[in-house]
Design a protein around this ligand. Sequence first.
Ligand SMILES: [Zn+2]
Length: 227
Amino acid sequence: MFAIDHAATALLIKRGFPSVPMTPILISVQAMEFAWVALNYLGIEQTTTEPTVGSVADIHLAYMPYSHSVGTPIVAALAAWLVIEKGFGRAALGRAIGLGIISHLILDLLTHAPDIALWPGLASPKLGLGLYEAAPFSAFIVELVYGIMCWGVYRASRGLLAVIVLGNLANLSFFSPAIPGPELYLAGRPMLIVTLILVQIVVTLPLVGVFARGTAVKSSAPSAAVK
Ligand SMILES: [Zn+2]
């Protein structure tokens, strides 16, 4: 799933844990991707492309057993939950962060080509419903609808809806070979892909956080007026 919709997932989690600050939730929903970016830069995980890149189907997340296996985010989420809830007594924070980490795994399993191993070192099976490969434009619709659903559940501002819709539209060319876009320049340049995704993460997380804050202030206005 693309960065804007992982970021939008933070709205769902914030709705369930309103007392937890938005920043740790936002970081948790992209924790797997931050690990993927770092491990690609370090040369430990690898990304490849077809000779030409017309859509997301031509970009292959060829080797990412540490950041994107089924097991590692589950272990990371359990560890975060145990340390934060049992160690520091911050139950809501621990649960929200654990859920945030797991949310990324679930959303990637729904959209990715079968490129997610069960555990580092296990070559097969690899999981992923394959939406990006089989029906990239359907993936675009699924991601857009999902992002809007997150917005609706949070009962957020129209500004946040605009961020989510525009954030999805910005990726449109990646979902259809018929629509030219920046992906044309990504062929054979895996580090550029990693950097592009890092930029998307560091742009979308604060945008969702800032616009969600506006919503929270508005919805808490009646109680603030009491004092
Ligand atoms: Zn991911």
